[in-house]
Design a protein around this ligand. Structure first.
Ligand SMILES: [Zn+2]
Ligand SMILES: [Zn+2]
Length: 427
């Protein structure tokens, strides 16, 4: 199907809008769609090939206002996803249309970008309408997708987080009503309640994982009842490549600790690599460095797991308890904070560690100099100026206590402060 065929044009739309009783001007202003998308001297939108399509053709449709721009890479990523969804919805005859509201810098950028979209656009030259739409829907960042429903003059059914919904639920989110979203949330809740290690990691073609030397097969059944870390990672991702050796060393320490505590029978820990590598060769060269198990490269469960755990960035370590339920999705952060002591990542254990850390922080100097940073760094806690941060020393996530320079936003883990010199000793 060509792009144009998606946009069947109905030029006979005066009759649809207002019974033809009022003047033309009244007809236009009385419709919400027109008042949003048309202007005083324009009653059309542009197709990707530059054809004019009457605004009133959109009456009665669910409309996605798509705020985006050519110059911003995350928009291109989202665009690709949205094109897929749009084409699926169109081919199933759904009552849906998208209108691109451009933040492009010039007409050429607009034309190139809109040319990659199968839907309509506000003409690039109509600055006023684009500005008004941005204001009207409080657009603070792009890509953004605002969903308008027909006969909803007070914007009661309007959804502003369309981009998030598309990423999360894909085509399932249609028709983007509040009721549909509640259904999806209920389904999701049920999926998490029914979650088991077996239904997460196996499918009807495969009930094994890969071990070493590859492709040694380890049955998923052998992992049931253990604490499992699902390690979402990829060789092309620099933070992953930095984090992996740290995780390996912690993994080995947790295993050693288990041998020492030999009395804790049956308690066991394993990690499963969930790869977002782009090809088999990079998967192989990455996995060979890891002492744990993996889902095969390109396995269909990988996409499902990313979706199920709503993994937004890698590296990410999701911890599953012995019952197969999620303990935490913050495994990476907890490893950085507590190293091997984080195991088994349960709330009770973390509470204990937090108390211990607060206790230890009492004996830390209030301020220090570190790593050649020219300002003094002050000790801050989560509730007192601190919060999640990236350590400027080891480049890893942190939270809880930190040494911070407010002036430059420089922040480090207390454990990363090597040369602890009390800064205010002579004041
Ligand atoms: Zn650090
Ligand atoms: Zn500073």
């Amino acid at each position: 199907m060509t792009k144009e065929m998606n946009l069947k044009i109905n030029h006979d739309c005066q009759a649809v809008s207002n019974g033809g009783a009022a003047s033309d001007a009244d007809t236009v202003s009385s419709s919400r769609v027109s008042s949003l998308l048309a202007s005083k001297d324009r009653d059309f939108l542009l197709s990707p090939t530059g054809n004019q399509v009457k605004v009133c053709d959109l009456e009665g449709k669910i409309i996605g206002l798509y705020f985006s721009a050519n110059w911003y890479p995350p928009c291109w990523n989202f665009n690709q996803v949205l094109v897929g969804i749009y084409e699926q919805l169109k081919s199933s005859g759904s009552n849906f249309e998208i209108v691109y509201v451009s933040s492009d810098e010039d007409a050429d950028a607009f034309n190139i970008y809109h040319g990659c979209m199968p839907w309509l656009a506000i003409p690039f030259s109509d600055l006023d309408t684009k500005k008004a739409l941005n204001r009207r829907f409080d657009i603070e960042g792009i890509p953004s997708l605002v969903i308008l429903h027909p006969n909803d003059n007070k914007d009661e059914a309007t959804l502003r987080d369309g981009a998030e919904l598309i990423y999360r639920y894909g085509v399932e989110a249609f028709p983007f009503t509040k009721q549909r979203l509640e259904e999806l949330q209920d389904e999701e809740r049920a999926r998490h309640e029914n979650q088991t290690l077996t239904n997460l990691l196996t499918n009807h073609d495969r009930d094994n994982l890969w071990g070493h030397p590859t492709p040694e097969q380890v049955p998923v059944a052998a992992l049931v009842g253990k604490t499992i870390g699902l390690y979402f990672s990829a060789h092309w991702c620099r933070p992953c490549v930095n984090f992996t050796p740290r995780l390996i060393s912690i993994y080995q320490k947790i295993k050693e600790q288990m041998l020492v505590d030999g009395d804790q029978d049956g308690e066991d820990f394993e990690i499963v690599f969930v790869s977002s590598d782009r090809d088999q060769a990079s998967f192989d060269s990455y996995f060979v460095t890891m002492p744990w198990l993996a889902l095969p490269f390109g396995d269909p469960n990988i996409k499902q797991l990313v979706k199920h755990f709503d993994v937004k960035g890698i590296p990410c370590l999701v911890i599953l308890g012995p019952d197969g339920k999620t303990v935490t999705k913050q495994g990476r952060n907890l490893i950085n904070l507590y190293q091997e002591n984080a195991y088994p990542f349960t709330e009770a254990k973390l509470e204990l560690l937090e108390k211990k850390m607060d206790e230890e922080a009492k004996s830390l100097p209030r301020s220090v100099y570190h790593g050649g940073h020219r300002h003094e760094l002050n000790l801050v806690s989560e509730g007192n100026g601190g919060g999640p941060f990236i350590c400027c020393d080891c480049d890893e996530q942190g939270s809880g206590w930190a040494y911070q320079c407010l002036e430059c936003g420089y922040e480090v883990h207390p454990k990363c402060v090597t040369l602890t010199v009390a800064a205010n000793s002579n004041r």
